[in-house]
Ligand binder design. Structure first.
Ligand code: SF4
Ligand code: SF4
Length: 202
């Protein structure tokens, strides 16, 4: 059980980052094609999650009706069985909280889920250079796909001009690593607790 003082600080952290994330979604809206029922971003991942985020998810789970809770429990059991037989490196799976293409715990979702769909700059883990990160759905003709130069892996001013959009994509650093480490841990001195893959918390 996480102490209330830490959870309160976490809520404060979430309020601040959501202001920035929402503002960024708003100013990037020409490029954002997210809509209800589009759930590719919740269908294939490992979903890194801290102790505090998991505590928050649990609160969300408790707000659900019994039938929905049971669906999540059944899917979790199925995924764990599948994972036990898996021999590869990364077990990428659908999130068990995704029901009928909708997040069942949307107000309580993890930090990573809140940044799905945005592009941003972040340090590349191998080169340590600031690198453009784009949502994977760019390859499915979704977010930012109109202005992305697949060959050079960058946004193209030429493609932007063809769209008639008002502004080229803005790319602040809103990666989970940055939000958690640089803002949460260093500036807010927030202790997120252990980080694990979602399935390992369940
Ligand atoms: S918690 Fe919700 S938003 Fe996050 S991956 Fe799962 S279904 Fe998607
Ligand atoms: S981030 Fe991409 S896959 Fe996810 S809801 Fe938005 S458009 Fe769909």
């Amino acid at each position: 059980m996480v102490e209330q003082e830490r959870m309160d600080k976490f809520y404060q952290f979430m309020r601040v980052i959501m202001e920035r994330i929402n503002a960024h979604f708003e100013n990037q809206k020409e490029y954002i094609h997210c809509k209800e029922g589009c759930s590719f971003c919740c269908e294939k991942g490992e979903y890194p999650c801290s102790e505090l985020e998991f505590e928050f998810l649990k609160i969300g789970f408790m707000t659900l009706d019994r039938e929905t809770q049971q669906k999540i429990v059944d899917e979790t059991i199925r995924l764990k069985e599948e994972k036990a037989k898996f021999t590869g490196k990364m077990f990428m799976h659908k999130c068990p909280f995704l029901i009928d293409h909708k997040c069942s715990v949307y107000p309580y979702r993890m930090i990573i889920c809140r940044t799905f769909g945005l592009s941003y700059y972040d340090k590349d883990e191998y080169t340590q250079k600031n690198t453009l990160k784009v949502p994977f759905c760019i390859e499915q003709g979704l977010n930012y796909s109109e202005v992305y130069d697949q060959e050079n892996k960058t946004f193209s001013t030429e493609l932007f001009k063809k769209t008639g959009y008002k502004q080229e994509p803005l790319t602040y650093n809103l990666g989970v690593e940055f939000l958690v480490k640089e803002f949460g841990q260093k500036i807010m001195k927030l202790d997120f607790g252990e980080f694990k893959r979602l399935l390992d918390w369940l």
